[in-house]
Ligand binder design. Structure first.
Ligand code: FES
Ligand code: FES
Length: 167
C-alpha cells in the first residue's frame, strides 16, 4: 500500500512499485481525464503536475512519487473549469476530438506559471505535446490570450464559432 497526495487529498493506492503513475490515477483513483497516448513519454497526453512541474506519467513509476509530493490532475485544476487556461480554451474552441487536451492544458498551465508571458520560442520548447487533430495554432493563440489577461484580440485569430459569432 502506498500513499499519494492527489488533488489535495491523501489517497491509499495498492499497486506494484513499478506501476506507471498514469495507471494508478486512472484505474485506482478513477481520474480518467489523464490519457494514455504513446506510453513512451513522447506525446504528453498523460501529463499532470507533480509539485507544479509538468510530468509525463506513463513512464513515472509509482515508487518515485512520495506522499508529500503534490500531484494535480486535470480534475484538480479547478472545480468548474474556471481556471484561466480552461476559459481561454473554451473561448477559442481549442479542442477538436479532445483526447490530447488534458495533457496539453496541464503542460500549458505549468509553463504559464513559470513564464506568465512566454515567447514563441519558449512555447515551442515547453509545449511538445502531440495533437493528432492539429490544434497547435489555437493552442498557441490561447496561451497568448491567457498571457494578456484574457483578451481574445491578442490571439491574432478571427475565429468563427459554430453559432456564427466571431472572436
Ligand atoms: S502517454 Fe505518456 S507521453 Fe504519451
Ligand atoms: S484535439 Fe484531437 S488529438 Fe488533440
Amino acid at each position: 500500500m502506498a500513499k499519494l497526495n492527489v488533488n489535495g487529498q491523501v489517497r491509499d493506492v495498492d499497486a506494484e512499485p513499478d506501476t506507471p503513475l498514469l495507471w494508478v490515477l486512472r484505474e485506482q483513483l478513477g481520474l480518467t481525464g489523464t490519457k494514455y497516448g504513446c506510453g513512451i513519454a513522447q506525446c504528453g497526453a498523460c501529463t499532470v503536475h507533480i509539485d507544479g512541474v509538468a510530468t509525463r506519467t506513463c513512464v513515472r513509476p509509482l515508487a518515485s512519487v512520495s506522499a508529500n509530493q503534490k500531484v494535480i490532475t486535470i480534475e484538480g485544476l479547478s472545480k468548474d473549469g474556471s481556471h484561466p487556461v480552461q476559459q481561454a480554451w473554451a473561448k477559442l474552441d481549442v479542442p477538436q476530438c479532445g483526447f490530447c487536451q488534458s495533457g496539453m492544458i496541464m503542460a500549458v498551465t505549468a509553463l504559464l506559471k513559470a513564464k506568465p508571458n512566454p515567447s514563441d520560442a519558449e512555447i515551442n520548447q515547453s509545449i511538445t505535446n502531440i495533437c493528432r487533430c492539429g490544434t497547435y495554432n489555437r493552442v498557441r493563440a490561447a496561451i497568448k490570450v491567457v498571457a494578456s489577461g484574457g483578451k481574445t484580440a491578442s490571439a491574432g485569430l478571427a475565429i468563427q464559432h459554430a453559432n456564427g459569432s466571431t472572436t
